[in-house]
Design a protein around this ligand. Structure first.
Ligand SMILES: Nc1nc2c(ncn2[C@@H]2O[C@H](COP(=O)(O)OP(=O)(O)OP(=O)(O)O)[C@@H](O)[C@H]2O)c(=O)[nH]1
Ligand SMILES: [Zn+2]
Length: 362
């Protein structure tokens, strides 16, 4: 059995490299390119990259919309990096933090024609590493030799691309008794994905029968709300109310999914909060950063429920999209149980936005 990394392991190594500011070499359709996350760029690497050839900064169409750049490639745009560009230029394009103080960025010269697969791959990989969705891309000849010479991770995107579309299989690691204030008969299960990504947790309360719909909550991690008691959202009160209800009923299952910030990670969520302080709502802030409204993958939740033996749920939620996604992933939602707690003067507008723009039921 070979000891070296397989394609899934290479992908995850690539994510770690991007987070450290190390480039990766991507190959697809016989072409090769170096990809570097814009957010983690150092001045030294920038100089080294620019000497290799024509560099583009690949961003999402969402970010391009704010910058008034042309997304010729549909979901992404490839901005040609001018010869006199600096790392500060890259940062200003990738990060919307100073959009309002420096409103006229550009005009941008965008690449069109030829294949955008590797640029798209760079953006996808940066995003999945919970970085800003922006990557510097420069073509390299003989990519395998280049990667070996520079000790860089080489990723065959023809094989990795389809893997990125799937959720990584999750495996149970351990489960143990966990008495909680809300429910003494608690049990915490830890699930670990094969791709080295975030672990997710299931908190089982009582011994819910597997052949009947279980009272369930799919909770997305919210460090600010769950732990710090932030008044900007309703997550903390929802978490506690769900556990309390399950404790009172004597049975239930709460999935704690590590998809902070609707899947964009805490750093990006805080960037979104900063934009919200500049007057943008929660959806606009995500778009200006280059993300979609909601980047979560609810197939993970459905997968854990199935692993635990459940096939139908009474789902505690106000979000109709969660119900649709559960059903699409093969979990029957026999009933929606509303979960309306934690409204404050600070999150009133946030909850109203979720209702008007994301279809949440108030
Ligand atoms: N990107 C972003 N994420 C946010 C913001 N406010 C809260 N979140 C995240 O949103 C998620 C909240 O998820 P849930 O509690 O499942 O809420 P929901 O999808 O509205 O659905 P229900 O609560 O089930 O009705 C958490 O991951 C929070 O970290 C924000 O302004 N921007
Ligand atoms: Zn929250």
């Amino acid at each position: 059995m070979p000891l070296g990394p397989d394609i899934v392991e290479r992908l995850n190594r690539g994510r770690a490299d991007l987070r450290m500011g190390v480039p990766v070499v991507l190959v697809a359709g016989g072409q090769g390119a170096l990809a570097l996350a814009a957010e983690a760029l150092t001045p030294e690497r920038f100089i080294a990259l620019m000497t290799l050839g024509e560099t583009v900064l690949a961003i999402t169409a969402r970010r391009a919309e704010t910058l008034r750049a042309r997304p010729y490639d549909g979901d992404i745009a490839r901005l040609i990096v001018p010869a006199d560009a600096t790392p500060a230029w890259i940062a200003a394009v990738a990060d919307p933090a100073d959009d309002l103080t420096v409103p006229m960025k550009g005009p941008f010269d965008c690449s069109r024609g030829d294949d955008a697969t590797l640029a798209r791959a760079g953006v996808e990989l940066a995003k999945s590493a919970r970085l800003l969705p922006a990557a510097l891309i420069v073509p390299v000849a003989e990519p395998a030799r280049f990667a070996a010479r520079e000790s860089l991770t080489l990723i065959d995107w023809d094989r990795a691309g389809p893997i990125m579309l799937d959720t990584s299989p999750l495996h149970p690691v351990v489960a143990a008794r966990l008495p909680m204030a809300a429910a003494e008969a608690g049990r915490l299960h830890v699930f670990r994905p094969e791709d080295g990504g975030e672990e997710h947790y299931a908190i089982e309360i009582g011994q819910p029968p597997r052949d009947r719909p279980v009272l369930a909550r799919l909770h997305s991690a919210c460090f600010t709300g769950d732990i710090l008691g932030s008044l900007k959202c309703d997550c903390g009160p929802q978490l506690r109310a769900a556990l309390t209800l399950m404790g009172q009923k004597g049975a239930g299952i709460l999935l704690y999914l590590n998809q902070e910030g609707r899947g964009i990670g805490l750093a990006n969520k805080m960037r979104a909060y900063s934009l919200q302080d500049q007057g943008f709502d929660t959806v606009e802030a995500n778009h200006r950063l280059g993300f979609e409204d909601d980047e979560r993958d609810f197939r993970i939740g459905a997968g854990i429920l199935k692993r635990l033996g459940f096939s139908s749920v009474r789902l505690l939620t106000n979000n109709p999209a969660k119900i649709r996604m559960m059903e699409a992933a093969g979990i029957r939602v026999s009933e929606r149980v509303p979960l309306k707690v934690g409204r404050t003067q600070h999150n009133d507008a946030y909850l109203a936005t979720k209702a008007s723009r994301s279809g949440h039921l108030l």
